[in-house]
Design a protein around this ligand. Structure first.
Ligand SMILES: N[C@@H](CCC(=O)N[C@@H](CS)C(=O)NCC(=O)O)C(=O)O
Length: 213
């Protein structure tokens, strides 16, 4: 049995960060691959040594599998991808394509989009990183031209990562990037995404109730 670890509760409303907390990536992958998993909680407020022993930054998600623990959502997704061909093609070309796009989502898009999002809160969307972000999005937009999914001609773990990184920006209808907008919509229409999304909301709603007691 796999165990996905997330916080017991997160602040904020229904729109954010709930539905965007990164345990969703792991839930989504397990749902896509029909892997047997459970979700456990670690305190959001008081992050103790047990938490830091498993995630040295005191963040979530992390994953337990058969006595071992792994952190970083990208590492967790690639670990899960080893378990199912549904997440990662087994031919070398398809596997390399899925691998490179999973890392590109993290290291070429999210490395810009997360700092841009943080700056957006204080300076608005047209902040000092907007040009850099636009350049990265333009390349993703071009890569998606004529493609349903980002790698290997089929849905893979790279789509979980790329679609989630892109949707995290919450840029409305993604002006100027119709391929990205349609790609996010396609990904979020998948039953596995919907289940993961609903389950995450239910998890944090239970956290709300527990705090009221
Ligand atoms: N690079 C990490 C980022 C994890 C991350 O940002 N987790 C957020 C929740 S989505 C978190 O724990 N935030 C609280 C904090 O940073 O203290 C990953 O992909 O797993």
């Amino acid at each position: 049995m796999l165990t996905i670890w997330t916080y017991d509760w997160v602040p904020g409303g229904e729109d954010f960060p709930r539905g965007f907390v990164r345990d969703l990536r792991l839930r989504w992958a397990c749902e896509e691959a029909a892997l047997d998993y459970q979700v456990k909680s670690t305190p959001f407020d008081n992050r103790g040594p047990d938490h830091f022993a498993k995630q040295p930054f005191g963040q979530i998600p992390f994953l337990e599998d058969d006595g071992m623990t792994i952190f970083e959502s990208g590492a967790c997704l690639l670990h899960l991808a080893k378990k199912s061909e549904k997440l990662m093609p087994r031919d070398p070309v398809g596997e390399a394509a899925a691998l490179q796009w999973t890392i590109a989502a993290l290291n070429s898009v999210e490395m810009v989009s997360v700092p841009w999002a943080f700056l957006s809160w204080s300076e608005g969307p047209d902040n000092g990183l907007a040009d850099w972000l636009e350049k990265r999005l333009a390349h993703v937009e071009a890569a998606l031209q004529g493609r349903e999914w980002i790698a290997a001609g089929r849905f893979t773990v790279a789509d979980i990562m790329m679609a989630d990184v892109l949707r995290q920006m919450r840029r409305g209808d993604m002006p100027g990037h119709p391929n990205i907008r349609a790609y996010i919509d396609r990904a979020c229409a998948r039953p596995a995404f919907k289940k993961a999304f609903a389950d995450q909301h239910a998890h944090f709603a239970a956290g709300d109730r527990a705090r009221r007691i």
